[in-house]
Write a protein that binds this ligand. Structure first.
Ligand SMILES: *Cc1c(COP(=O)(O)O)cnc(C)c1O
Length: 217
């Protein structure tokens, strides 16, 4: 039988980690299932995949409760931009939130966590290329965001490097910023560049296309 896409991605993560002298267990593979149906997701769960990423609260609310009822050990990661007025829904549903990028959102999440008694792991998203259109905190504003976010369970930093350029320098910069702030988690690397991210210290890679094939529009 041909190797499955999941087995292939796992093997490549293992190789990249070994080259960097890191155990493969130090890297969490998040299968990015945005736009994918429950039917497309089920085979990955059957193969043992447990961490999944979604970029919209509403889409995740429609898709995941039923899958979770059948598999209580799934972990859901929010990887897309979050509006403050959806903070409570996000805290209720997700186990990790990778897109905390501004003090007003920190306040909304802290309030929702107190109310619901649930504390998903948080990553501070950095606009690592300082791109005008992109979500994430500007690099220069990160120290203030780290300070504001002390009320949250922050485990690390997250970035989406600029498209169509070499990602490695941006991964290296994110790793340096995380070290500077004493944060251990690094959510970086997607289908095109996850091996490079693992070699540069990623603890969480977010992979969609390489597992599910190209997304429809
Ligand atoms: C869609 C998405 C991914 C996955 O991208 P692929 O190129 O399909 O692997 C990763 N991270 C974020 C934030 C995304 O929105």
């Amino acid at each position: 039988m041909a190797e499955s896409p999941l087995a292939a991605v796992r093997a490549r993560i293992g190789k990249a980690a070994a080259l960097a002298g890191r155990p493969a267990s130090a890297v969490t593979l998040i299968a990015v299932s945005k736009t994918q149906s429950a039917e497309a997701i089920a085979p990955l769960i059957a193969e043992g995949q447990r961490d999944f990423g979604e970029n919209r609260v509403q889409e995740a609310e429609a898709k995941w409760p039923e899958l979770r009822a059948r598999h209580s050990d799934l972990r859901l990661h929010l990887i897309g931009q979050l509006q403050s007025n959806k903070a409570e829904q996000a805290v209720a549903l997700f186990d990790a939130i990778h897109s905390v990028d501004r003090p007003s959102l920190v306040t909304a999440l802290a309030k929702a966590m107190d109310k619901l008694g649930r504390r998903p792991d948080c990553f501070l998203q950095v606009n690592i290329g300082d791109e005008a259109q992109k979500g994430g905190c500007p690099v220069a504003a990160l120290p203030a965001l780290v300070e504001a976010a002390r009320v949250l369970p922050v485990g690390g930093l997250m970035c989406i490097p600029p498209a169509d350029t070499e990602a490695a320098p941006y991964f290296a910069l994110l790793a340096k910023l995380a070290r500077r702030h004493g944060l251990a988690g690094l959510s970086m690397g997607m289908s095109a560049d996850y091996e490079s991210a693992v070699m540069l210290g990623a603890t969480h890679v977010r992979v969609g296309t390489a597992l599910f094939g190209a997304r429809g529009t």
